[in-house]
Design a protein around this ligand. Structure first.
Ligand code: FE
Length: 139
């Protein structure tokens, strides 16, 4: 996939593109169980892209260990990479985070992150694909 990858227009096309877990999370807003995702403890430098459309969403520079069991970031790679929506499912009021390019569900954002943003973008590993920096240094 490239940045210019076409965005599917039907759920059938999305099912063909995504494995079942990614489909449930990106397209049906499911949540992966905590501490199970590929990137929870990942400290490799690189760029996290949308697993649905390849858009650049987050970078390793803003990733931090939140202890929540999900990859956590203080901010998106660029402000308009993601979009937020109020989510009142499961008897809670939360702020859902979706990919602006394809509308895929990424996770939620909470106001309990570290400075300077004070935000914690709590993102499913399955919604992301890490583009490792070629020859990059290990953090
Ligand atoms: Fe996307």
């Amino acid at each position: 996939m490239s940045d210019q990858t076409d965005i599917p227009t039907t759920e059938e096309e999305w099912r063909a593109r995504l494995d079942p877990e990614r489909y449930r999370i990106l397209r049906e807003a499911a949540t992966e169980p905590p501490f199970t995702g590929a990137y929870v403890d990942c400290h490799e430098p690189g760029t996290y892209r949308c697993a649905g459309c390849n858009a650049v969403l987050f970078t390793s520079e803003t990733k931090f260990d939140s202890g929540s069991g999900w990859p956590s970031f203080t901010e998106p790679a660029v402000a308009d990479a993601v979009e937020t929506r109020t989510d009142t499912s499961h008897g809670m009021v939360r702020t859902e985070v979706v990919c602006r390019r394809c509308g895929g569900h990424l996770g939620h954002v909470f106001p309990d992150g570290p400075g300077p943003t004070g935000l914690r973008y709590c993102i499913n590993s399955a919604s992301l694909e890490l583009d490792r920096e070629a020859g990059g240094q290990q953090e």
